[in-house]
Design a protein around this ligand. Structure first.
Ligand code: GRF
Length: 216
């Protein structure tokens, strides 16, 4: 029998990626139990998605804390109440302290809308357009101290068309996010992923440096 992987999901906004995980839990395609959803913004729509699914939805407003360190301490305490096997960052728009990253080392995933190592940080779609890229994409990776820089698990590419706006590109990317994040979470939850230095093994085989590649 497959064991169930306990998750805590951190969000800041709409939570469409969270929704794909909720769906996968509900339809049984993902061996996960989302124990709680935590947002640093109390108006995040993702909190409603969690509540609708009967999942504890917690707002922990970062602006109520005097500094990043004290917010992260409170966040860790909150997360640890649910003893997760995996912490999933799904549009969590906060830079994490090294203490928090170390605390969840090898058990925290993030999704970043670019073909890492390209375009770490914000405004990735506009930056890809400004650079004249004809391919853009999204990466799921383990979280390390380097912002948007940890070992890659999966990367999906999308074409960039000449007339694209950043919004159109973001939509195209999001439809890939909704495929690759559940896939990566499934691999982790099914104990198929392992870290080896800055590389990831899937079923004991080294994945390509930029993760398993999906081209759309
Ligand atoms: C996604 O584009 C993700 O790549 C980025 O934040 C966005 C979150 O979207 N890290 P949503 O809240 O899951 O809809």
């Amino acid at each position: 029998m497959t064991s169930i992987c306990n998750l805590v999901v951190l969000i800041s906004g709409s939570g469409s990626n969270l929704q794909t995980l909720i769906n996968g839990q509900q339809d049984g395609s993902l061996p996960i139990n989302i124990k709680a959803v935590i947002s640093n913004r109390s108006d995040a729509f993702g909190l409603e998605r969690a509540t609708n699914a009967g999942i504890p939805a917690i707002a922990l407003a970062h602006d109520q804390f005097s500094d990043r360190g004290s917010f992260d301490q409170a966040l860790m305490q909150q997360i640890d109440e649910y003893t997760p096997d995996l912490v999933v960052l799904a549009g969590f728009m906060r830079i994490l302290t090294p203490e928090l990253v170390a605390h969840y080392s090898s058990r925290m995933l993030n999704i970043h809308p670019s073909l890492l190592p390209k375009y770490q940080g914000l405004n990735t779609h506009q930056r890809a357009l400004d650079a004249g890229d004809n391919v853009h994409g999204v990466t799921v990776h383990f979280v390390t101290e380097e912002l948007d820089g940890g070992p890659a698990v999966i990367q999906a590419t999308v074409p960039v068309y000449q007339q694209d706006s950043a919004e159109e590109l973001a939509k195209r990317i999001q439809s890939q996010e909704h495929i690759i994040y559940p896939m990566a979470v499934n691999w982790y939850a099914s104990q198929r992923l392992q870290l080896q230095g800055d590389r990831v093994l899937l079923d004991g085989e080294l994945l390509p440096k930029h993760g398993h590649q999906i081209n759309s």
